[in-house]
Design a protein around this ligand. Structure first.
Ligand code: PHE
Length: 337
């Protein structure tokens, strides 16, 4: 074996056993560096005879090439080994950063369920502004100027005379102004009263107004509609009671009470709505505003109701204090997620 071949074999062995890039570089210098063993063979070439020179020259080239190629190969291997090790340090089994999952507010849930039930009975959605005028809130609803509900103690008035609506019944008027009968709408929304805030009273609360005007609409239709609604919400065993009451804009007027064993405090009648047959004076006020006789009280009759959504949600979800709805306490809200 020629010493160059021996040198090549030694180099290849060294290269193969280089454990990292530093060791490999040291090996490269040892063999191919300026004073490395392969390079010093180049120096020795000059001392060789004419015959020997080309043979050794070829061998030297082959050796240099073989060593260089082996170094490059080894370098590639070490590089990919390093990358693999780095990747292995990333623990892909670690759970990611969880994103917060929101949920619907209990009042929104209550509202969605209620709207759903009325839609199945053919009611369309109507809407009106939270800031309205006295006429829509009171006058058109047959509520005279001296009525206590119009008192500054009860209602939030704006400097320009407008007010925060005290009930959603304003939308009855707006819906009838906008379209002739037959009419079957519900109007969910906020209402405002100057109530002393406590566990059952809030200055802002929520109602669903209902209005159904057609030929021959009767109290039986009203009772059937609300009984069906209450049983859908509170369960089939729910008892529904209608008690005589007074509202200026309905005649007769009724209050709706529910009782259900399925509910906490199930032995108690709880008031959940006001309702009645639309007062002819309301139709007349609408006609006057419309400038026609579209809501002729001789031809059309109707019922209206106002459901207290906060009350319904408090009963259904067993919530003891109405103030919880507006406090944004996640400990409370998460229970309805
Ligand atoms: N607007 C009444 C209230 O807020 C409820 C009601 C609506 C009563 C429609 C009769 C008809 O108390």
């Amino acid at each position: 074996m020629h010493p160059l071949e021996q040198l090549r074999d030694d180099a290849l062995r060294d290269i193969e056993s280089a454990r990292d890039e530093q060791a490999l570089e040291a090996t490269r210098v040892k063999y191919l560096g300026r004073s490395g063993s392969v390079s010093s063979w180049g120096e020795q070439m000059k001392t060789l005879g004419k015959e020997e020179r080309p043979i050794v020259g070829k061998l030297l080239n082959e050796t240099r090439n073989a060593v260089a190629a082996a170094i490059e190969q080894r370098a590639g291997k070490l590089r990919s080994q390093k990358e693999t090790e780095a990747l292995e340090k990333i623990d892909i089994s670690l759970p990611g950063t969880p994103s917060e999952r929101g949920s619907l507010h209990p009042l929104t849930q209550m509202l969605d369920r209620s709207i759903d039930i009325f839609r199945r009975m053919g009611f369309a959605l109507a809407d009106g502004p939270d800031i309205d005028d006295e006429w829509h809130c009171f006058d058109a609803l047959n509520t005279p100027p001296e009525h206590p509900a119009r008192n500054e103690q009860d209602t939030f008035y704006l400097p320009d005379g407008r007010l925060l609506r005290t009930h959603t019944s304003t939308v009855q008027i707006r819906a009838m102004q906008a379209a002739p009968p037959p009419m079957r709408v519900i109007a969910p929304g906020s209402c405002y009263r100057r109530d002393e805030v406590d566990a059952t009273h809030s200055a802002q609360f929520h109602q669903i107004e209902g209005l159904y005007v057609d030929e021959k609409v009767s109290v039986a239709d009203l009772k059937g509609t609300l009984e069906f609604f209450m049983r859908e919400i509170f369960g089939p065993d729910t008892l529904v009671q209608f008690r005589p009451h007074f509202f200026p804009f309905t005649e007769p007027s009724l209050e709706v009470y529910v009782k259900s064993k399925a509910l906490k405090g199930g032995e108690q009648w709880i008031e959940v709505a006001g309702c009645g047959m639309v007062h002819p004076a309301v139709f007349e006020a609408v006609n006057k505003a419309r400038g026609d006789k579209a809501y002729d009280p001789e031809k059309w009759t109707g019922f209206a109701f106002g459901l207290g959504m906060d009350r319904l949600a408090m009963i259904l979800f067993d919530i003891p204090d109405v103030r919880l709805f507006a406090q944004n306490d996640l400990r409370f809200l998460r229970q309805f997620a």
